[in-house]
Design a protein around this ligand. Structure first.
Ligand SMILES: [Zn+2]
Length: 130
């Protein structure tokens, strides 16, 4: 099953992540009314990592998980491979931890022949699916 989302759906998913984090920042500032700009910034920076990590997952997973409507051919025997499901792929980026989802295929004919079709995320980190 493809899990792609429209841009509007992705925006809604991102806002659903951002809204509670902003509310937490408001609550934190209520509890620390004398906080300096630097302290507020430090608190915001910590939350930014969480938001960016999860937000990038929305951005990337919502566009392309490597799922293919036309089943990919086995690189060994050229028979159509079977879609098994999605596997998590954890990326530690500069902005936070992101869990990407990658479509996973197996060949029913060849023992152990598996495939994670490349998606848009592969261009960011070549070879990281191998
Ligand atoms: Zn095969």
């Amino acid at each position: 099953m493809p899990r792609t989302q429209s841009r509007t759906q992705r925006e809604a998913a991102f806002l659903a992540l951002a809204t509670p984090l902003y509310a937490e920042l408001e609550d934190w500032y209520d509890q620390h009314p004398a906080a300096s700009f630097g302290e507020i910034e430090a608190e915001a920076r910590r939350r930014r990592r969480e938001l960016m990590g999860a937000g990038l997952a929305v951005l990337i997973n919502g566009r392309d998980t490597g799922f293919q409507l036309d089943t990919p051919a086995c690189p060994q025997c050229a028979q159509p491979m079977a879609f098994v499901g999605y596997r998590p792929w954890r990326v530690s980026g500069l902005e936070g931890e992101t869990e990407l989802q990658r479509a996973y295929y197996v060949c029913r004919e060849c023992e152990g022949q598996t495939l994670f079709p490349p998606g848009s995320a592969v261009a960011v980190t070549p070879g990281s699916l191998e």
